[in-house]
Design a protein around this ligand. Structure first.
Ligand code: SAH
Length: 370
């Protein structure tokens, strides 16, 4: 919560501690990490009164791990976000599992203090081969923390590791890759969209390391083009393609420019997975314009019967807003659109009902008819 949302004066000298708070209307809102240096001065870890001890930490971690057991049942493998910050009652803590490796981020002062205990509990409970620390996120600065990347547990310091993602081998560059090495929130979608891809000409726009594109190529797409503005991301996609003996066409470009420059191209399946255009409310109007433009270009470039898988990871863009801009874009493109599937963030990124910001990822699979 922001300063203005809490009752009374901000306390002094307790940065990093867990305190019970009330909102402006005097209602008890629970116990959470406090940090007067951060814009988000208070972040909840429990609805009631808790002393945050090692026991509390262990309990919250075990709950988070248990929830992810569902993935084992569904054959998702071992590439999972084990702990997702506020949504697991551990504000600022990220733990991603890449098979026998764990990559940890502590992004609040409150949780950073517990890093040694977190490592110990993870070792006891999960017996990982390695625990790595990816604490170079700029948000740490706002908490008054410095950056550090390195090994917390395990021998040596390898640069990365191959993991199995829905039958595709992907290289995890835990040090330099986006986030902790992979967009774990989209992994489930790779398989879902690949199911449409057989025999189709596919464009994976905002491809990053090629997760969608590779899954489509494996599923029998006739041709897959990945477009991204980041050369390192495309180099990673090339490495992944080679490892899997799959072929990708790689284009380093701004996706908007790419669509303009390739007006004569037609695709049967387009994936649009851009970065958040609306990271805050202020940027909403521009973001809606950007999303509409992007989807319009995609509709114009799809063959009759073509499929568009389009995603937004902007919390501020609601489902209603997105569906409306899709319909506006469809009208402008002169196409009729069928909504085949609605997609949502996976269960290793759980939404807290009283914390709307935790809901951010939406996707729509559409069929386009001319
Ligand atoms: N689909 C990817 C995740 C995409 S994240 C996956 O599953 O891994 C967004 C990607 O868009 C990043 O790789 C970033 O480099 C790229 N990007 C951001 N703005 C872009 C633009 N205007 N044109 C092309 N790529 C862009």
């Amino acid at each position: 919560m922001f300063e203005g949302e809490l009752e009374g004066e901000l306390p002094e000298g307790i940065d990093g501690e867990v305190v019970l708070c009330r909102d402006k209307r005097g209602r008890l809102i629970g116990s959470g990490f406090f940090n007067s240096k951060s814009k988000l001065v208070w972040r909840r870890c429990a609805p009631g009164k808790v002393e945050f001890t090692r026991e509390t930490l262990e309990k919250q971690l075990l709950r988070a791990f248990k929830l992810r057991n569902v993935f084992q049942q569904s054959g998702r493998g071992e590439v999972i976000r084990l702990v997702w910050s506020d949504s697991d009652g551990l504000p600022g803590l990220i733990i991603d599992r890449y098979d026998s490796w764990l990559v940890v981020q502590t992004l609040t002062l409150g949780i950073d203090r517990w890093l040694d205990d977190i490592v110990q509990i993870c070792r006891e409970q999960l017996n990982p081969e390695r625990i790595l620390c990816r604490n170079d996120a700029p948000v740490r600065e706002k908490e008054g923390l410095s950056g550090s990347v390195g090994v917390l547990y395990g021998e040596g310091e390898p640069s990365g590791k191959w993991v199995d993602v829905h039958g595709i081998r992907m290289w995890i560059d835990w040090k330099a890759g986006h986030k902790t090495g992979l967009y774990l929130d989209q992994v489930e979608q790779y398989g879902k969209i690949a199911a449409y891809a057989k025999g189709l000409r596919v464009l994976d726009a905002f491809s990053n390391e090629g997760g969608f594109g590779l899954a489509c190529a494996r599923a029998g797409a006739t041709e897959v083009t990945c477009v991204d503005s980041s050369a390192p991301a495309l180099a990673a996609a090339a490495k992944n393609a080679e490892e899997n003996d799959l072929s990708l066409k790689l284009q380093e470009a701004n996706v908007f420019d790419y669509f303009s420059a390739s007006r004569s191209e037609q695709w049967d399946l387009i994936i649009l997975d851009p970065p958040p255009f609306a990271p805050n409310k202020r940027s909403l109007t521009g973001a809606l314009r950007g999303y509409k433009e992007l989807n319009l270009r995609a509709f114009q470039s799809l063959s009759d019967g073509g499929i568009l898988a389009t995603y937004t990871c902007s919390h501020h863009v609601s489902s209603e807003m997105y569906l409306k801009l899709l319909q506006d874009a469809a009208v402008d493109a002169g196409v009729e659109v069928r909504l085949l599937e609605q997609c949502f963030q996976p269960l290793d990124h759980p939404v807290i009902l009283g914390f709307p910001e935790s809901e951010y990822l939406r996707g729509y699979v559409l069929e386009v008819r001319r």
